[in-house]
Design a protein around this ligand. Structure first.
Ligand SMILES: [Zn+2]
Ligand SMILES: [Zn+2]
Length: 183
């Protein structure tokens, strides 16, 4: 019989797109913006909002302390005020722009920063804002770095799934409230 560990701390089967596999050893949980680390991730993404681009952010936490934060592209778009893929069809040419490159997803940017600080990420937690799932290669990178728990925003799909009509607008409104501390 397949013995499964009892879910703890909001952990449950993630609502990921079909076929996306979560590595063994990485547990997925959902938290709201009342969680201070999720709120930090949301604020960081909102502060770095960039026109026409989905900004995701990852906050890495160990022993209750924030170790590092990352946004996808590591600020390339924000610093240069442009995207090298401008005018390209969506989903194409990610490797042409440092800001869009998959190696530069927020999860990996945060891992890299933590490692540069010499922090051992064993049993660390990751809080991901701006996306309703994490890509397999990033989840593998988190797991390999030692991260045990990945938290996503409870109900995040309504804000982050671009195929849902009105989601972009809803997200913009949410971030306005976060930045003005109305929420
Ligand atoms: Zn770009
Ligand atoms: Zn990724």
């Amino acid at each position: 019989m397949n013995m499964e560990k009892a879910p703890t701390n909001n952990h449950r089967k993630p609502e990921f797109p079909e076929g996306v596999k979560t590595p063994e050893g990485l547990s997925i949980g959902y938290v709201s913006l009342d969680n201070k680390f999720m709120r930090e991730a949301a604020t960081y993404a909102a502060e770095n909002a960039f026109e026409g681009m989905t900004v995701t952010s990852t906050v890495l936490v160990k022993d209750g302390k924030i170790i590092s934060k990352g946004i996808n592209g590591d600020g390339y778009h924000q610093k240069n005020n442009r995207c090298e893929r401008e005018g390209m069809p969506s989903g194409k040419g990610y490797e042409l722009c440092p800001g869009c490159h998959p190696d530069n997803h927020s999860e990996r940017v945060a891992i890299k920063k933590a490692q540069e600080l010499g922090v051992d990420l064993s049993d660390a937690e990751a809080y991901l804002y701006g996306h309703w799932w994490s890509c397999e290669s990033c989840m593998n990178a988190l797991s390999e770095a030692g991260v045990k728990n990945l938290y996503l925003l409870e109900g995040g799909k309504q804000f982050f799934a671009r195929e849902i009509e009105g989601s972009t607008q809803k997200r913009a409104e949410l971030e306005k409230k976060i930045l003005s501390e109305e929420l």
